[in-house]
Design a protein around this ligand. Structure first.
Ligand code: ZN
Length: 322
């Protein structure tokens, strides 16, 4: 064996072993350990959950599942989910490396959810609220027809019942696998919010978590009467690299972080996760008795989504119909 062949052999061996080592680490981390996305510190999952997903090393707020978020925000045993049976279709029969149907199936198995948002009502420190929580684990929190429909229905329900509305956003943007059907959700949810804000005159608080980007940012995420964000959350429309290449300019390091946006007037408040429930409850209480509040039952509320009374949108199906 020549020296060159020996070196090549060693290199190949090293690569093979490295891949095995990495895999076993991943499997282990899935159960007990994880790493902070920001500082790289190894974290014990059990302790991390007890600390509401906030890194012990740097205070970074790691992503949280929608279920955990609901448990932290809503009083025990008061959560009532809405539109649980809505399930996504594949209107474009979209396929890239994998078919959209397969991607949906995988995401549903992995998360136990039907789509990337959970909506419902519950008590937040004793105050009835309509709450929507996006889940980034489900296809990057992308907004397809079901996400848009659930959020629109939640807004309309809140309008009819005169409930305060809280939407916790975590999304990579519109779901490209549904093409124009996903883009129209931006307008639909915005229109419903317009009705909510002008008719119900209750407060809508948008909570932006990391990341909130793309179509969601260009829609309901930025339409809150008050916009809260978690510390150091990534919030933006287009990605950093796209903007840099288009403008041919170097962007500041903290560009698209919650702190940068607060400084430039896009946000109202940065709230650490430990205090989010308290901040929401105090803010809603402040607005609850606002003099402009009207009784909802007396007002004829125009509906954006016909689905509350008629059949659902063709890109959305109920589970019973499958
Ligand atoms: Zn950290």
């Amino acid at each position: 064996m020549t020296i060159l062949a020996w070196i090549e052999d060693r290199r190949r061996l090293k690569l093979v072993n490295a891949a095995k080592h990495k895999d076993s680490n991943n499997n282990q981390s899935r159960g007990l350990w994880t790493r902070c996305d920001r500082c790289g510190v190894t974290l014990y999952v059990k302790h991390l959950k007890e600390n509401q997903g906030v890194c012990f090393g740097c205070g970074y707020h790691l992503q949280m599942s929608s279920q955990e978020r609901i448990e932290h925000l809503i009083d025990y045993d008061s959560w009532r989910p809405l539109d649980e049976t809505l399930s996504p279709c594949d209107p474009l029969t979209f396929q890239d490396q994998k078919s959209y149907v397969e991607r949906l199936k995988d995401a549903q198995q992995e998360t136990g959810l039907r789509d990337a948002v959970q909506t419902g009502t519950g008590l937040l420190d004793g105050i009835p609220v309509a709450l929507g929580v996006m889940d980034f684990r489900f296809m990057g929190g992308s907004m397809g027809s079901v996400v848009g429909e659930r959020i629109t229905r939640l807004i309309e329900y809140a309008t009819q019942e005169g409930l305060a509305l809280v939407l916790v956003c975590a999304s990579g943007g519109a779901r490209m696998q549904e093409g124009i059907f996903s883009l129209m959700q931006m307008a639909k949810a915005s229109a419903a919010l317009q009705v909510y804000q002008s008719c119900a005159k209750m407060v809508y608080i948008s909570v932006l978590t990391s990341p909130t980007t793309g179509g969601v940012t260009a829609s309901f995420a930025m339409l809150g009467d008050l916009i809260f964000a978690e510390p150091k959350a990534l919030i933006g429309f287009a990605g950093r690299r796209v903007i840099e290449q288009t403008l041919q300019e170097q962007l500041p390091d903290d560009f698209q972080t919650a702190e940068y946006l607060l400084h430039h007037g896009l946000l109202d408040l940065i709230v650490p996760r430990y205090f989010l429930k308290q901040a929401l409850s105090e803010t809603i209480t402040l607005y609850k008795d606002a003099p402009f509040k009207k009784k909802r039952k007396d007002i004829n509320v125009p509906l954006v989504s016909p689905s509350l009374h008629q059949s659902a949108h063709p890109t959305v199906k109920k589970v019973e119909e499958i």
